[in-house]
Write a protein that binds this ligand. Sequence first.
Ligand code: C2E
Ligand code: CA
Ligand code: CA
Length: 403
Amino acid sequence: MGQALNVGELKVLVVEDHGFQRRMALRMLAELGVEQVWEAADGAAALGVLHGMPALPDLVLVDLDMPGMDGVEFIGHIAERHLAKGVALVSAMDQGLLNAVQSMARAHGLRVLGSIEKPLSLAKLRNLFDALGERHPGSEDEVPVDVSREEMREALLHDQLVAWFQPQAECTNGKVVAVEALVRWRRPDGHVVRPGNFIHLLERDGHGQRLTDTMLAQACRWKRRWEDDHGLRLQVSVNVSAAALAEPGAADHYHALVRDLGVEPADLVLEITEGSLVSDAARGLGVLARLRLKGFGLAIDDFGTGYSSLAQLSQIPFTELKIDQDFVSGAGNDPRKRAVIEASLDLARKLQLEVVAEGVESPEDWQLLAELGCGFAQGYLIGAAVPGEDLPGAISRWRRPAA
Ligand code: C2E
Ligand code: CA
Ligand code: CA
């Protein structure tokens, strides 16, 4: 599904050390109608250019192999500091390395439009622009929006951060048994904004705990309504900010919060990303152990994209492992992805964890997971995230693919 992409309004930065190749790239971009182009010859210079730009660039074309600060380090900076809306890698390197860099960038919430093998050509650039204007059927609008800290503060104060819910289905029979709560910002003008545009601002300004509180409370209220009004019993997963685990009293706090709303901790799963564990392992561990003691389920989110060691994994009382979507969508015809899924399932079996595969987009993905013995699937095939009132309808419309 294409959506009108106004190439003339795009801001593009080209980072390439090779002078001739850089000039070629600029010429091709001009030929395609891109009018606002910046350039830099290495990573350090590119960071300088980024800071001087009037707005975030829509696209940064990065050569991976550069002297000085290479493309991998540069993308790390962009991803961590949210300096661009999207990146594309240009390289003569092998696909394994390109995959690694893409996963790293995605783990930071940076949109990766793909990788281009050198030499660059007009056709390859055109494909990239197509990807920039494309959205997945059933998915929401992913057009990046500029968000200010002030707007986010207002959003928190005025209850504009709302929980939407995405179904999870059992792979053996297709039954929807759980949902994940995903935050959306409902702007006063009615526009709905996805978390990739604002989570980092909330967390940077120390609102991680408030976000977790409001999401958990909304999850509990909706869970009761689906049960009372529709007879739907669903387990609900909530994403937890690292900051929300830093307080020593966090376990008691969350226990009291959900109990007051009439929900048992055992009907909830708290999702924690690998990244947030690494940052504060020791303190987080105690809080996690206590949450588990109180009966909360604990999921390790985005498994496969972070840097946690197996030793660390086995120390934390997780109950569930969520295989990152990078490894799931399209796994049917990618032996690398399939290998990661198989290894994750094996590990989960040994540690006695439930497994949820994220990013299940096609009947082929579904079939593969069922064959490999994965427990649960989540993704656009089953349904995208929807407001709480729309969930029962979305669940009843879903049919699992015929075997
Ligand atoms: P996540 O926890 O990995 O959530 C899954 C993301 O993948 C969601 O994006 C979901 O809409 C999207 N998705 C679902 N199915 C598919 C699919 O089949 N294909 C693809 N390509 N994507 C799919 P969303 O809602 O934009 O959330 C992005 C991230 O923001 C989440 O990733 C999570 O890390 C973070 N986030 C969302 N809600 C919260 C929250 O309440 N608190 C915190 N701390 N983080 C949140
Ligand atoms: Ca999650
Ligand atoms: Ca995830």
